[in-house]
Design a protein around this ligand. Structure first.
Ligand code: AHR
Length: 342
């Protein structure tokens, strides 16, 4: 069973992701342009290709600090900019798309050299991206995609969220038996990871009819809301829940608190599966409270600034760069912990 969790050889993953992407609806896997792939482990400490001779100014529009993952992503961008002698203008949108759009307009006014955008939602960014295209300022999308004309951004560097959802469902199918009542804690409504993880999870689940999602509710990728939503669901379901699939670790960790407070045994009688595989999630696996975590690597700084450098040199970029991720459960979480940087 663990075999299915291990990262397959790079070339197969690259091929699978390219092929898998060809029939998917959302920007992460629209497959319009061939995707490049690189293993998460190969995310370089320093791409070394940025033009440090002249002082570049790059704007980074971040969604907010909704999750531990997102804080790790911000840190990765900050460290990488510093390494390359780039001035990074960081705009934290506090979880509001309108703030992100406002920050992007401010980057336009400031005439930054390039922008790195982690878009909160899939829709609503096209008009401002058109303004960047008109100003000839390259936009690098990181971690989430947007629904727009792909000509409006230089590249999208992100994991395959549909695949992540599929892998979570596969773990439950392979590690349980008998009818299973599943609670799904969704990410922010309208965000690419919430849309695509749900899609992948439900598509894969449909192959195993004994697995049934009895409740799906958003908890905004946030630990506290994960706990509160789970508490409400446990009350409504009178604790009759067999498993939890959370669209990220933070919500899973919140759900674990709620399950324990209700006298239930997460990771034992109730499987909890999540996405991200952050350090606290791996620790929860080792503690026997989380069953599995599908990795989504947030250390995108080196790849993002490599893309910035290329775009500023006028080089053509792959429209889609797919981050390769691993997966963890009780069989391999402990050995990964010493290496985990987020
Ligand atoms: O876009 C990536 C997702 O957003 C991560 O899974 C989540 O933790 C984050 O906030």
């Amino acid at each position: 069973m663990l075999k299915s969790l291990r990262a397959p050889p790079a070339i197969l993953v690259a091929l699978a992701l390219v092929l898998g992407s060809a029939c998917s609806r959302t920007p992460e896997s629209s497959g319009a342009t061939p995707a490049a792939a690189f293993p998460a482990g190969s995310l370089k400490a320093d791409g070394g290709s940025a033009n440090t001779a002249e002082k570049r100014v790059v704007g980074f529009s971040q969604i907010g600090a909704e999750s531990q993952w997102r804080e790790a992503e911000t840190t990765s961008m900050t460290i990488e900019a510093r390494k390359r002698g780039i001035t990074l203008k960081l705009a934290d949108a506090g979880g509001k798309q309108e703030n992100q759009i406002q920050a992007l307009h401010s980057f336009l006014t400031q005439k930054v050299d390039a922008v790195i955008l982690a878009p909160q939602k899939a829709q609503g960014f096209e008009p401002v991206l058109r303004e960047f295209a008109a100003a000839k300022i390259p936009v690098i999308l990181v971690d989430r995609g947007v629904e727009c004309d792909p000509a409006l951004y230089a590249t999208l560097i992100a994991s395959d969220f549909v695949l992540e959802g599929r892998r979570a469902a596969r773990w439950l199918a392979e590690n349980t038996s008998g009818p299973l009542r599943i609670v799904e804690l969704e990410g922010t409504a309208g965000s690419a990871p919430a849309i695509d993880r749900k899609k992948g999870f439900h598509e894969e689940l449909a192959k195993t009819p004994r697995l049934e999602v009895v409740r799906s509710q958003s908890a905004q990728f946030n630990l506290l809301q994960g706990k509160e939503v789970m508490e409400a669901i446990l009350r409504a379901e009178k604790n009759q829940v067999g498993a939890v699939f959370a669209h990220n670790d933070d919500m899973a960790l919140g759900a674990i608190q709620a399950l324990e407070a209700a006298g239930l045994s997460p990771g034992k009688t109730i499987h909890v599966v999540s996405i991200d595989a952050t350090r606290p999630a791996l620790e929860a696996i080792v503690a026997g409270k989380l069953s599995a975590a599908i990795e989504c690597n947030p250390l995108l700084g080196p790849a993002a600034f490599d893309a910035v450098a290329k775009a500023l040199r006028g080089e053509k970029l792959e429209k889609r760069i797919v981050v390769q991720d691993a997966a963890f459960d009780s069989k391999n979480a402990a050995s990964e912990l010493p290496n985990r940087r987020y």
